[in-house]
Design a protein around this ligand. Structure first.
Ligand code: RVP
Length: 499
């Protein structure tokens, strides 16, 4: 007969944390959210950690190079989606690795033959008041000069005046040479009271612009996730079909960590992929998704550096409806965490766990951490921001962004749902939808982190490890859920429109 679990499978909404004693030296600023992402031996440090326990989902509508840069700048990691050609995915990884914080490729460029009218038109289009003047009007052409709003007077100058007549010419420019560090560039900016410093190579071709305001922004991100070369750390998703071709290309592009992205990861395909990657390359690799101890141990024994938990809980996921497989995210996490602890006791090896999918409220993140997750992966959460790759649209009076599942027809990612049969998506396991637009990543992330740290202080925890060890968690009854929201009052309209 079939095996029956005695407990129903539960979601985050069914649990709450009970406060522990908060000591006076346990305030939000004392909380450190650093967390491991790759396995390590007891008493040693992991090779790879995150500064905040956030990762963005391996999805076309979530994780491209723009998202990866924005999230790493705040201390988390993106896994660039694998449902694209090997070359395109590798190019995205390379873009993140080559991105130099504070060094921007000039976005507004003209030639000396253009006119003041062209400058004004471009300024209107891009919003940038600094225009680089190069021989061919490209961002990397030979630098002839710079135009800023201080170089012309619209009221006096004629619109057809040539740029060559009013630009600050190269001979009068202060510039930096390629290879300069951001802090050296900043010193020059201060010394000469500049707003913008062009960086040129040996042949005076323009490479980057460094703006005073970007340096300040960089200083404002002390938790940025950087490698030894001061490049942002980035992950990438792979599948169990074309890994022999994809993995070397991603490594070549500089990827820091891989994850095998699949709806159901408890398969021999994943084991084979893990073994191949581990025996041929020196790269960290996670695997999943699984929802029980057997799946966890199988992937760990096949060589996984971390394991991803969750089937069917994603906001855009209809796997449970379509196939009837899956498990409430909280129950899955609780069982996998127990298996991880037992494995740690027996072997002295700590395997980080990622809770993937189903995070709706910020407190769900704290609950996931308390239940044993070392970090979470989210799709819907990140899709709402400016930095996600999808279009921002206006529907009625509200702005929304698109999000579609990797199991939807739109994503054409049949490899994620591959069960070893013929190639192609047999039926959809995801939907194509919208999420309310929420603004910039940093602003929202700061708010979420503020809430997590605050809850952690309520629980008397200064670190995620503390929280995992000492959290006290209670189930809530269906009726007490009502008590948790605003109740028995008449809401004012202003509160109804708030988050
Ligand atoms: P959420 O954060 O709830 O949006 O969930 C994101 C997760 O959903 C992804 O990391 C992935 O595991 C899962 N997913 C992505 N596409 C699909 C699908 O089409 N079914 N599911």
């Amino acid at each position: 007969v079939a095996f029956y679990y005695s407990e129903p499978s539960r979601t985050f909404n069914e649990f709450l944390l009970i406060p522990n004693l908060t000591e006076k030296n346990c305030t939000p600023k004392d909380v450190d959210l650093k967390t491991p992402i790759s396995k390590f031996k007891k008493g040693e440090q992991p090779d790879l950690s995150l500064n905040i326990p956030f990762s963005s989902a391996v999805m076309q509508s979530v994780s491209d190079s723009t998202m990866a840069i924005a999230l790493a700048r705040c201390g988390g990691i993106s896994f660039i989606y694998g449902s694209q050609s090997v070359a395109d995915q590798a190019a995205m990884v390379r873009k993140v690795k080559e991105y130099k914080a504070g060094f921007v490729v000039s976005r507004s460029n003209l030639t000396p033959q253009h006119t003041l009218k062209d400058v004004l038109d471009l300024r209107k289009k891009t919003g940038h008041s600094t225009v680089a003047i190069t021989d061919n009007g490209t961002p990397n052409g030979k630098l002839f000069g710079i135009v800023t709003s201080r170089d012309y007077r619209v009221s006096r100058d004629s619109l057809d005046k040539k740029i060559s007549e009013f630009m600050t010419p190269f001979s009068s420019l202060v510039y930096g040479k390629s290879g300069i560090t951001l802090s050296e560039a900043n010193d020059i900016i201060w010394e000469h009271k500049l707003n913008c410093l062009p960086i040129v190579d040996g042949a005076t071709n323009l490479q980057y612009l460094v703006f005073r305001k970007d340096y300040d922004a960089h200083k404002g991100n002390p938790s940025a996730l950087l490698d030894d070369n001061k490049s942002y750390i980035v992950g990438a998703g792979i599948n169990t079909r074309d890994y022999k071709e994809r993995v070397p290309a991603l490594i070549n592009a500089g990827v820091d960590v891989l994850v095998i992205d699949a709806s159901d990861g408890y398969t021999e395909w994943q084991s084979e992929t893990l073994k191949y990657v581990k025996s041929n390359f020196d790269v960290k690799i996670g695997a999943g998704n699984i929802v029980d101890r057997e799946g966890f141990l199988y992937l760990v024994e096949s060589g996984a550096d971390f394991v991803k938990v969750g089937i069917g809980g994603g906001s855009i996921c209809i796997t449970r409806e379509q196939k009837g497989i899956g498990r409430g995210q909280a129950s899955a996490l609780i069982e996998v965490n127990e298996a991880r602890e037992k494995y740690f006791q027996e072997t002295g090896i700590y395997i980080p766990i990622c809770s993937d999918g189903g995070i709706v409220h910020d407190y769900h993140i704290t609950l996931a951490l308390a239940m044993g997750a070392d970090f979470v992966m989210m799709g819907r959460y990140f899709a709402r921001f400016d930095e996600s790759p999808t279009k921002k649209l206006k529907i009625g009076n509200n702005f929304v962004k698109e999000i579609w599942g990797e199991g939807s027809n739109r994503a054409r990612n049949w490899q994620r749902y591959d069960t070893g049969g013929k190639e192609g998506l047999v039926f959809e396991e995801g939907v194509d939808s919208y999420v309310p637009y929420a603004g910039s990543l940093k602003e929202n992330l700061d708010k979420s982190i503020g809430k997590i740290k605050s809850t952690m202080t309520n629980c008397g925890a200064r670190s995620i490890e503390d929280l995992q060890k000492n959290a006290r968690i209670t189930l809530v009854s269906a009726t007490s859920l009502v008590e948790g929201g605003a109740h028995d009052v008449i809401m004012k309209e202003s509160s109804l429109s708030g988050e």
